[in-house]
Design a protein. Structure first.
Length: 279
C-alpha cells in the first residue's frame, strides 16, 4: 500500500461526516507519531470519503473501499491487512484524542502488552437525571460503576477484563474499543470476528483473545473525546443497542464453549483483499 511507517491508524467508516473534524483535530498527534491513517470505507460513499481525506487528511491518509455492508470487525480486519506498519491502532471516526494520549499509549505498548484508552468523555455530556438541581456534598467526589467479565477456561485459568466503567458524575467511561497493538499480535489471534453482527462486543472479544491466545497484558493510557451522537448512526441492524450487544455476547460465549478462539481475519482477507479499491 505504501512504504512502512511506525504506526497505522485504522478508521472504519460509512458516511460519517464528522470524520473531517476528527481527522483535522487528530492530525498533529498522527504527525508527531509519524503515523499513517487508513480509512476503511465499508459500504459508504467513496467520493464523500475521498473529499474528506483531501480536505483534512494532511497527505498521510489513505482510503480502502469495500463494496460490502458495514461491519466494524470486517473493516478493521481489512485495515490490518493493508496497514504497512508494525503497530496498529483501531480507532473510530468520531474520536478526538487528547494532547498526550497517543504518545502515552505508544509508551505503554511493549512486546507483551496491548493498550486501550483509559477514559472517554462525551463532547456533549448529559448529567445524570438524579443529579438535576443538586450539588454534591463535600464528601462526595463521584459514583463509579464497573462491570467485569471473567472467562474460566477448561485448564482452570481465568481471563478477566473490565468491559464497562462509568463515572456517573461526569459521564466518562472506559474505551475498550480503541485498541493499540502490534500487527503481528492482531494476526496471531486471527483478527476480529466479522461474524459478529450489528454493534457491540467485538472489542471485548478481541481483548479476551489477545490475553488468552497471544499471552498479552492489557495496559490503559490517556483520554479521548467522543463526539456525541444518537443510536441512529450506529449499525444496529434494526435492534436496540443493548439487544445487539447481548446477541454478540451470546455468539462469543458459544465460540469459547466450542474452543473457537480465532477471528475471521484470514477468511476476510482471502475473500476481499483483491476486491478492495485502495486510493
Amino acid at each position: 500500500m505504501s512504504a512502512e511507517t511506525p504506526l497505522s491508524i485504522l478508521i472504519p467508516w460509512r458516511d460519517r461526516p464528522e470524520l473531517e473534524e476528527t481527522l483535522r483535530r487528530n492530525l498533529p498527534h498522527y504527525e508527531r507519531a509519524e503515523a499513517r491513517v487508513v480509512v476503511v470505507n465499508c459500504g459508504g460513499d467513496g467520493d464523500m470519503a475521498a473529499g474528506i481525506i483531501a480536505r483534512a487528511g494532511g497527505g498521510r491518509t489513505r482510503q480502502v473501499d469495500l463494496a460490502a455492508p458495514f461491519n466494524r470487525s470486517f473493516a478493521l480486519n481489512l485495515g490490518i491487512h493493508f496497514a504497512a506498519s508494525p503497530k496498529v491502532f483501531a480507532m473510530d471516526a468520531d474520536i478526538v484524542l487528547e494532547e498526550r494520549t497517543l504518545d502515552d499509549a505508544l509508551a505503554a505498548l511493549g512486546d507483551r502488552t496491548f493498550v486501550t484508552i483509559h477514559t472517554i468523555r462525551e463532547s456533549d455530556p448529559s448529567p445524570p437525571s438524579w443529579s438535576t438541581g443538586l450539588t454534591a456534598p463535600p464528601e462526595l467526589v463521584t459514583v463509579r460503576r464497573n462491570l467485569f467479565t471473567t472467562v474460566e477456561w477448561a485448564d482452570g485459568t481465568e481471563t478477566t477484563i473490565e468491559d464497562f466503567r462509568l463515572d456517573t458524575m461526569d459521564r466518562s467511561r472506559c474505551a475498550a474499543g480503541l485498541i493499540l497493538a502490534r500487527k503481528a499480535d492482531f494476526e496471531a489471534v486471527g483478527g476480529y470476528r466479522s461474524d459478529l453482527d450489528g454493534w457491540g462486543w467485538e472489542d471485548n472479544d478481541m481483548m479476551i483473545r489477545l490475553i488468552r491466545v497471544a499471552g498479552l497484558e492489557r495496559r490503559e493510557a490517556g483520554a479521548a473525546i467522543h463526539l456525541t451522537h444518537g443510536d441512529a448512526v450506529r449499525d444496529l441492524k434494526g435492534r436496540e443497542k443493548n439487544h445487539s450487544t447481548e446477541a454478540n455476547f451470546q455468539r462469543v460465549c458459544g465460540r469459547y464453549i466450542r474452543g473457537e478462539l480465532e477471528g475471521t481475519y484470514g477468511a476476510d482477507v482471502r475473500a476481499w483483499a483483491a476486491r478492495a479499491r485502495v486510493r
